[in-house]
Design a protein around this ligand. Structure first.
Ligand SMILES: [Zn+2]
Length: 279
């Protein structure tokens, strides 16, 4: 049942998410350019003038200023509103999903689990945006995500929320996914004499598989390849064949979209797929 309070909380969380997203977009830009994360106030990416607070309201300022800096009139990077929207959506999703399944877990997990998934979401947005813009996946982000996922899985199984069989199958899924992507990575070097896929993608599947568990990992990889192929074909169509099929498309974003879909509908898609085969 959607109530007024549900809508109000959703709106507040979206707004709060865009504020976090505003900080996150600065962190992302600074780590792309190798600057210090906490280096004073927000500045225009072009003219470096300090941005006044009223020009720094997430999303709203971008719309009011029509995407231009007040001083130099250069375009504000679309990365800013993009990260703000994504983080706002993450907070909304977190509340919707959380009001269903975080209630099922017992203390202290009823508190730790929501915090964990919020951190995972923020790190995934970070990896997603950086890979999309630079075709690189930062090792630090992948390592943080892996450590978080391992602690999460181990603590869930030690406290009895997760069965030990599922723990083994999750680690096995991470290992197999890694070997699978490593094989693709090596093969593309042997056949095409260059990396068809970044090594960052190979490493990224490890924490994603740990987060998803065996069944949802299969769904995630399946979705990532399908979405990647569709986007690749659309790109070729738009560029009228100038883009080659094997031209560089970052694969990390597809893996992350696959993860987001699989986290919510993975179980359903998995059962549906097997019911098709078993017919
Ligand atoms: Zn400017």
């Amino acid at each position: 049942m959607i109530t007024i309070s549900f809508l109000i909380i959703t709106t507040i969380l979206f707004v709060f998410g865009t504020i976090i997203g505003s900080f996150l977009s600065v962190v992302i830009l600074r780590s792309i350019s190798g600057e210090n994360w906490v280096k004073g106030r927000s500045r225009c990416d072009s003219c470096k003038k300090t941005i006044a607070w009223y020009d720094n309201i997430p999303l709203l300022s971008f719309l009011i200023l029509r995407g231009q800096c007040r001083h130099c009139k250069k375009s504000i990077l679309p990365l800013h509103p993009m990260v703000e929207v994504l983080t706002g959506v993450l907070f909304m999703w977190w509340y919707w999903a959380g009001s269903l399944f975080f209630r099922l877990t017992i203390a202290p997990y009823s508190v730790l689990q929501p915090i964990f998934w919020l951190m995972v979401g923020v790190i995934l947005i970070y990896i997603f945006i950086i890979d999309l813009n630079t075709m690189k996946i930062h090792n630090n982000a992948v390592i943080s995500l892996t450590v978080l996922a391992i602690i999460y899985r181990l603590s869930l199984s030690f406290s009895g929320i997760m069965q030990i069989v599922d723990l083994y199958s999750t680690f096995l899924a991470a290992l197999i996914s890694y070997l699978f992507f490593y094989a693709i990575y090596k093969l593309s070097i042997v056949i095409y004499k260059r990396e068809g896929m970044g090594f960052g993608d190979v490493l990224l599947v490890v924490p994603l598989a740990l987060l998803l568990g065996a069944q949802k990992t299969i769904v995630c990889l399946f979705l990532a390849f399908i979405i990647g192929a569709v986007v690749g074909l659309i790109q070729i169509a738009i560029s009228k064949g100038k883009t080659k099929l094997r031209s560089e498309i970052p694969f990390g974003p597809f893996l992350i979209i696959g993860t987001a879909i699989s986290l919510i509908w993975g179980q359903y898609i998995y059962s549906w797929y097997w019911s098709l085969i078993m017919l």
